[in-house]
Write a protein that binds this ligand. Structure first.
Ligand SMILES: Cc1cc2nc3c(=O)[nH]c(=O)nc-3n(C[C@H](O)[C@H](O)[C@H](O)COP(=O)(O)OP(=O)(O)OC[C@H]3O[C@@H](n4cnc5c(N)ncnc54)[C@H](O)[C@@H]3O)c2cc1C
Length: 497
């Protein structure tokens, strides 16, 4: 079978679905001006993996003899993990890290859950069998999945079942021999306009008594009753690829997904009615580690992009050799290098879990907490390097077509970089604004601060997974080696050195 390419991906979007934007129903997303360029960017990822020169880098052969993206690969050694990371990095470099939920995010999650299939076996043979079949189907067809694993925010002081609207949080409302029916909403389906299927689960803790919310399944996005309620499209308001180079191409979209009495067949249900199993699906399997490890691979690419952007801006405005600017760029470089170091650290400090090589969870969560704070800081640093240069720009490419002002623009957009002029300066600054200041950029800051949960959630993961025994052993060793401690037989604690 052929390796999935861009045309094959676009064909999967060629089916009617219920996407709502600006009051209208949009059935064919790939043709709509709010989504078309993002869909083409997704297709470009598949074209890249299918190109002869990239096949070995980007794909691996499954046991059914197909070659699919390495995101589906379940690494059995450190070398496998590194080969897998190199593929994921190559994809992220195509979009500068701006597609948060590129297809390798969900393939990482599902492959990670599959690595802990025994957790599903304990929940029930039928559920384990459903996940096993789904993993093989999704992998062999190289599916692009998105997920909604969080409930709409609602009133955070109330439990999911106590929200003012019964319909807010998706729950099971019926069950029969064919499957179950679900009703209500989940958020926030990033990438849902470009994906083929959606995985539904509960990452937020559920309490005993909340069993009706406890379900995980996957369905095609054109399933009857799935309504995708899109946020504003930044692509739709992007004036041109030159004026808005990132939002024009990489607006992956985020949507509330409403399940309007959606029927889920048993063969697509991975867990049901067990609140603790919702936690175990991600945390007792390598699922959560693998999906967030993918995020860190992508984020390292994005941080490197922002760092280079900051330096290029300083060169363009002629400040790159000034001591305070060198100091700031050095500080930014140290922060980005530290995150890259954490990425390599989580890989080399990883280990075998069952038959699979899994990155070190403690280091992965540490990277998550650090980058939640680092991202907005780095954005701020790039903005501070740029000053008004991000704003003193022509209103759009159309200004350059007007002979009355084109020469004035040419004269006033000056670059300090050798051999560069107005065109290079404006192209850079337009890109910079879309990365750090536009509405698209603001969404990205929100994304990097929240995609893995609020800070109280990510720090709790760090607390839970840190090797406290190892550090307490050192503390206890130093305490025990103090000869002057009371009861140590060293004469009591009164003495000074
Ligand atoms: C751009 C973007 C894309 C996303 N994409 C996806 C996706 O593809 N799939 C998906 O499933 N989800 C996605 N999410 C959702 C994401 O997982 C959630 O935003 C995240 O888990 C935080 O939940 P919340 O938004 O309800 O915020 P909250 O949990 O309500 O947090 C908001 C703030 O409220 C405070 N707070 C709330 N509860 C507590 C508490 N119990 N204790 C202390 N403080 C509290 C904290 O100050 C916190 O910072 C996305 C989010 C964003 C912003």
């Amino acid at each position: 079978m052929k390796i999935k390419d861009g045309a094959a991906h676009l064909r999967t979007l060629d089916r009617d679905r219920e996407v709502y934007l600006d009051g209208a129903l949009i059935a064919r997303v790939a043709d709509h001006p709010a989504f078309a360029a993002a869909c083409r960017s997704a297709a470009a990822l598949y074209d890249f993996q299918a190109a002869e020169a990239n096949i070995e880098l980007m794909t691996f052969e499954t046991e059914t003899g197909r070659r699919v993206n390495r995101g589906w690969q379940m690494p059995q050694s450190y070398a496998d993990l590194v080969a897998r990371r190199e593929a994921l990095t190559a994809w992220a470099e195509l979009h500068g890290g701006f597609l948060g939920r590129s297809p390798d995010h969900l393939s990482s999650s599902v492959a990670g859950q599959m690595m802990g299939i025994e957790v599903f076996e304990r929940h029930g043979a039928r559920y384990a069998s459903a996940l096993r079949d789904y993993y093989a189907y999704a992998r062999d067809n190289d599916l692009y999945l998105c997920y909604v694993i969080v409930n709409p925010q609602g009133d955070r002081s109330k439990a999911w079942g106590e929200q003012p609207s019964e319909e807010m949080t998706m729950r099971v409302v019926d069950e029969d021999a064919a499957g179950v029916t679900v009703r209500g909403a989940k958020m926030l389906g990033t990438g849902s306009i470009m994906a083929e299927e959606v995985l539904v689960a509960n990452l937020q803790p559920l309490k005993p008594g909340e069993e009706r919310f406890a379900i995980s399944f996957a369905l095609p996005l054109d399933t009857r009753g799935i309504k995708v309620l899109s946020r504003k499209s930044y692509e739709a308001s992007a004036t041109s690829p030159w004026d808005n180079p990132l939002s024009h191409r990489f607006d992956e979209n985020d949507s509330v997904i409403y399940f309007d009495d959606v029927k889920v067949p048993w063969e697509r249900i991975f867990l049901l009615g067990d609140t603790d199993m919702c936690r175990a699906q991600f945390h007792d399997t390598p699922g959560h580690v693998f999906q967030n490890y993918q995020s860190q691979i992508r984020l390292v690419v994005k941080l490197k992009f922002l760092l280079a952007l900051g330096r290029r801006i300083a060169e363009t405005v002629g400040t790159a050799r000034m001591a305070p600017v060198v100091e700031l760029l050095g500080e930014m470089a140290s922060e980005v290098a530290a995150v890259e170091g954490l990425l390599y650290g989580m890989e080399s400090a990883g280990g075998m879990v069952g038959g699979y090589y899994v990155p070190n969870a403690s280091m992965m969560y540490a990277a998550q907490v650090q980058t939640q704070a680092l991202y907005p800081r780095l954005i701020d640093q790039v903005r501070s390097l740029a000053g008004g240069g991000l704003i003193m720009l022509p209103s759009s490419a159309a200004d350059l077509e007007n002979p009355a002002i084109a020469p004035l623009i040419e004269r006033t957009q000056v670059s300090a970089r050798e051999g560069e002029g107005a065109a290079e300066r404006m192209t850079l600054m337009k890109l910079a604004w879309d990365a750090v200041g536009s509405e698209f950029a603001g969404r990205h800051t929100q994304y990097e601060m929240f995609y893995a949960g609020a800070k109280f959630v990510t720090t709790a993961h760090c607390f839970r997974r840190y090797d406290w025994t190892g550090s307490e052993r050192i503390l206890d060793g130093v305490l025990a080696s103090n000869p002057a401690r009371p009861g140590a037989g060293g004469g009591g604690g009164s003495g000074g050195a």
